[in-house]
Design a protein around this ligand. Structure first.
Ligand code: IMP
Length: 179
């Protein structure tokens, strides 16, 4: 089977993908991320930029946390917001808030001569305090539906069963297997 590049600088994302797809390699390659409310649009733009530069089949992924009571903030700006205020800042914004519903979304764009998109979501809630040491980003404050643990309390295999990225990766794996 041919090697597939996962173009990302995020080690956490790569570790999750590596658990599901054996023949992948992490590649750091800067590409422009447009500002859009739509993760799919951001990914398609990235693919268009990268496809002339990378010869092997590759994929990129964009994800975000959409919090109900905050009008879906931080959404596509999740990385920026995480770097500025982190999990603590989100917990502060949510203080005394009863509605803690949130959704993680992931969009993967795969290119092997043509572009294919795969999306995944994970419904859940924002916890009232940080728990767990594993994972990355908002993992310590996100509890997926049908669980009472945060992502940061799960190992990668368990997180992948619930997570937005795990979901999108499952679709990508199915596509790769049949092509
Ligand atoms: P981007 O996809 O590189 O734009 O980054 C999305 C940001 O959302 C990450 O930097 C994290 O802060 C957050 N994020 C995305 N997926 C996850 C996840 O599975 N767990 C925790 N945070 C995540």
């Amino acid at each position: 089977m041919h090697k597939i590049f996962f173009v990302t600088s995020n080690k956490g994302k790569f570790s999750e993908a590596e658990k599901k797809i054996k023949n992948i390699e992490q590649k750091s390659f800067d590409y422009p991320e447009i500002r859009s409310e739509n993760l799919g649009e951001i990914v398609v733009y990235g693919i268009e930029f990268l496809k002339e530069k990378i010869r092997k089949p590759f994929f990129i992924e964009d994800s975000g946390l959409f919090i109900d009571v905050l009008n879906n903030f931080p959404g596509p700006f999740s990385k920026y917001v995480f770097n500025k205020i982190g999990c603590k800042g989100i917990l502060k914004l949510m203080k005394n808030e009863k509605n803690r519903n949130a959704v993680f979304k992931s969009a993967i764009g795969y290119y092997d001569g043509e572009t294919k998109m795969f999306e995944g979501i994970c419904e859940g809630r924002i916890s009232t305090r940080m728990s767990g040491k594993k994972g990355f980003g908002y993992d310590p404050i996100f509890i997926p539906k049908n669980s009472d643990k945060t992502f940061a309390q799960m190992d990668i295999g368990e997180k992948n069963i619930y997570s937005h990225r795990g979901n999108a990766l499952t679709k990508l794996v199915k596509h790769i297997q049949k092509s």
